[in-house]
Design a protein around this ligand. Structure first.
Ligand code: ATP
Ligand code: MG
Length: 376
């Protein structure tokens, strides 16, 4: 089968790496350069998007910030999974909030802000602190502002007004700040027959708004079930086919949805070494109409993002249960360049190996890992 992925980054690459053993042929469409490329090597294949759509058996996406005309073109082919509606919900926080409300799923209280009057009304109605998020194109904590005191409101509004003026399509979603105990995510897949298979909840730690580490969460059955119920509601309401990721805030054993990602997700990279079928192959199985297989945990695995570094000491590869995944990208400060998956037979051994790893990694490039170790 031939699959075309919209987006040619690391997620498309890892889909190709996971799909090759099933004889799935995966090409990627680089939206920025308007070229079709080999998803692993990035070599240009050099035919246009229309030909690639015609050639493909299935079309999918590795990110949600895709121009609407391209989404429509793919939708019209009848081959696009999970489909334009799901991608739009992931790419526009206004549509996303509407989807959550319609499905009866709890998320942070919010208001849509386009004008100064709406900005002031949001502060009155929701109270402080508030988080203001751009409706479109937000990722890795970009396009977000925090407001803690009323004294800062005028200055912040000026900044937001300038941001809105620069792009007439933008809007702001003002959200009540959630005093969460931790952040967890649920990743799973739904197939075309409505079968659902999910991984255990993952606990996520961010540094400066960017995901730093993910590890299997210590979670009660009740919490896992709560997350699975939300997953089922959302996936069913979108008639979703493929992998869907849901980010949650946990507040007193209650889960509030932070956001959804209609695709494979950074917090699911641990499944490459920690689960029977990894999230990349799970997505491909779902969209190709293959059995989903098992999403069972095989061993506790910790994922550590490599940000802004293109080399690490080779000695880390001597740690048993460690796998290194580079994305073949050129170096830029803070850029997601790769990740490390560290697996062990149990939590105690995982902590021990993590300690070994921390000693070998350049401390400046991996801040807060020691804090993470203490929390593990
Ligand atoms: P990513 O692409 O990394 O998922 P993003 O840019 O889409 O991030 P969010 O996930 O909405 O943005 O927010 C980034 C982080 O900011 C969250 O993981 C959380 O730590 C914090 N945050 C966002 N919204 C709130 C909120 N309402 N209350 C408290 N913290 C929040
Ligand atoms: Mg997020």
């Amino acid at each position: 089968m031939k699959i075309l992925v919209l987006g040619a980054g690391q997620l498309a690459r890892m889909m190709a790496l996971a799909g090759t053993p099933l004889n799935l042929q995966i090409n990627a469409y680089d939206v920025n350069t308007d070229t079709i490329v080999d998803a692993i090597s990035q070599q240009a294949i050099g035919r246009g998007l229309a030909t690639a759509i015609a050639d493909a058996d299935i079309i999918t996406a590795e990110f949600e910030h895709i121009p609407l005309p391209i989404l429509e073109q793919c939708q019209q082919s009848g081959k696009f999974l999970p489909g334009a509606e799901a991608i739009k919900a992931g790419g526009d926080r206004r549509i996303e909030k509407q989807l959550l409300d319609n499905a009866g799923v709890k998320s942070a209280e919010y208001a849509i802000v386009n004008t100064e009057a709406q900005f002031k009304q949001a502060i009155t109605d929701l109270g402080l602190p508030l988080v203001f998020k751009s409706a479109l194109a937000g990722y890795d904590g970009k396009g977000q502002w925090r407001l803690k005191t009323t004294e800062q409101a005028a200055v912040l509004w000026q900044e937001i007004a300038d941001f809105l003026a620069a792009d007439p399509k933008q809007a702001i979603v003002a959200e009540k700040f959630v005093p969460f105990q931790r952040e967890v995510s649920l990743i799973g897949a739904r197939d075309a027959n409505g079968n659902i298979s999910v991984y255990p909840l993952t606990e996520n730690h961010h540094v400066n708004g960017v995901l730093s580490t993910s590890v299997i969460a210590e979670a009660t059955t009740a919490l896992q079930q709560q997350a699975e119920q939300v997953f089922t509601k959302l996936a069913n309401s979108l008639n979703y086919v493929g992998v869907l990721a849901i980010e949650f805030f946990e507040v007193n054993q209650q889960l509030l949805v932070n956001e959804i990602a209609p695709r494979v997700h950074n917090s699911g990279h641990w499944t490459q070494q920690g689960a029977d079928v990894c999230q990349f192959q799970l997505h491909l199985r779902a969209i190709c109409g293959l059995p989903l297989g098992s999403t069972d945990l095989i061993r506790p695995t910790l994922m550590i993002n490599i940000l802004g570094e293109d080399s690490l000491p080779n000695e880390i590869l001597a740690i048993s249960g460690l796998q290194l995944h580079w994305y073949g990208k050129s170096k830029r400060p803070g850029r997601k360049m790769g990740h490390i998956n560290l697996s062990a037979v149990n939590k105690t051994e995982l902590k021990h190996k993590f300690n070994q790893l921390i000693d070998l990694l350049p401390a400046a490039a991996f801040p807060q890992l020691t804090t993470m170790l203490e929390q593990l």
